[in-house]
Design a protein around this ligand. Structure first.
Ligand code: PLP
Length: 344
């Protein structure tokens, strides 16, 4: 596969750790191979390193084969693993849009990989030509995020495809908020692009930020690389069993998403009616980016009332903007009452 030529040579040549559960993964009468304690079932046993049961269920849900799925300790794990797999520290760099999710830059920084930032338009749109124009021979990966955090909008599909087609190396599209943007996922187009890696997570629509479960979808050759370099037992048995339990109940998730989308509409309308609010950005996610007069003061006022939102004022193109997560009805009403009481 062409993409494998972008791998760091040490990763390409790495021989992975072989755990007891790798060497024998079936059923047995007696397990005496992993130096586990025979007491305290079921927590005494190491988890399945490849999470086969959970992947089988996710494969059904996403209409993918299990070997196209990587599961990690949040999306943060595949973000870090991808940078480590493809970028030579001190030599290569990644390209990201700006503003966007902060973890790409942190993961790159930990690995001594530079970040080249390509600004979105004033309306937070993606300009494929600008991204592709920034590519140099040392560019090893491009990160897109759609719907984007902190702006909330989904990026234009045609522009994303132009980036994916115009760059030979890996292009990551982070779809953490995709369940709030029906019809906008690139997942169905994964088979068309061998350099596309899609990230999704259980942390947002699925309501499971606490169990730490992120997904990466890509060609089996790329998934195999991630499996080779991850910690052998990266997902504990509590996370795997809890996720399987929730996957039996996807109706709840659909209900939550529907409610959150209704609340998002209500909240956006209410915020637009506030005198010092200048703009409520259109959102395809479960949060709203809201530009207003003296955002920092409003933020501090809300903290004083015990209401915590995210001040994004220092972020490029987000001057005087607060990022507000859509909560449940009562929470959004508490927020609105406080904002209506506030006098500049
Ligand atoms: C919240 C979020 C994630 C989720 O990260 P996890 O590690 O899976 O909790 C990923 N990407 C973006 C853009 C996010 O906002």
């Amino acid at each position: 596969m062409d993409l494998l030529k972008y791998l760091r040579s040490n990763i390409l040549n790495l021989k992975p750790y072989s755990s007891a559960r790798d060497e024998y993964s079936g059923e047995a009468m007696v397990f005496l191979d992993a130096n586990e304690n025979p007491f305290n079932q079921p927590y005494n046993r190491y988890p399945d390193p490849l999470q086969r049961a959970l992947k089988a269920r996710i494969a059904e849900l996403k209409h993918l084969s299990a070997d196209s799925i990587f599961l990690g300790n949040g999306s943060d794990e595949p973000i870090d693993l991808l940078i480590r797999a493809f970028c030579e520290p001190g030599v290569h760099h990644i390209i990201q849009i700006e503003p966007t999710y902060g973890m790409y830059q942190v993961a790159a920084g930990v690995n001594n990989v530079a970040v080249l930032k390509v600004p979105l338009s004033a309306e937070y749109g993606l300009d494929a030509d600008a991204v592709l124009g920034a590519v140099t021979p040392d560019t090893r990966m491009i990160f897109l995020c759609s719907p984007n955090n902190p702006t909330g909008n989904a990026l234009d599909e045609g522009e994303m495809i132009r980036v994916i087609q115009g760059f030979d190396g890996p292009v990551v599209v982070d779809e953490a908020y995709i369940d709030f943007a029906p019809g906008k996922s690139l997942l169905s187009r994964l088979p068309e692009f061998s350099n596309l890696i899609i990230l999704q997570t259980f942390s947002k629509a699925w309501g499971m930020a606490g169990i730490r479960l992120g997904m990466a979808f890509a060609a089996p050759e790329i998934i195999a690389v991630l499996n080779k370099i991850k910690y052998p037992y990266n997902l504990n048995i509590l996370t795997q069993s809890k996720a399987l339990e929730l996957l039996q109940d996807s109706a709840s998730v659909e209900n939550w998403v529907e409610t959150i989308l209704e609340e998002r509409t209500r909240l956006a309308e209410a915020l637009s009616g506030i005198s010092y609010v200048e703009k409520v950005c259109p959102s395809d996610a479960n949060f709203l980016l809201v530009r207003m007069k003296e955002a920092r003061k409003v933020y501090e006022y809300l903290v004083g009332k015990g209401i915590i939102v995210r001040d994004r004022s220092k972020v490029m193109l987000c001057e005087n903007s607060l990022r507000i997560t859509v909560g449940k009805g009562s929470e959004n009403e508490t927020l609105m009452e406080a904002l209506e009481e506030y006098a500049l």
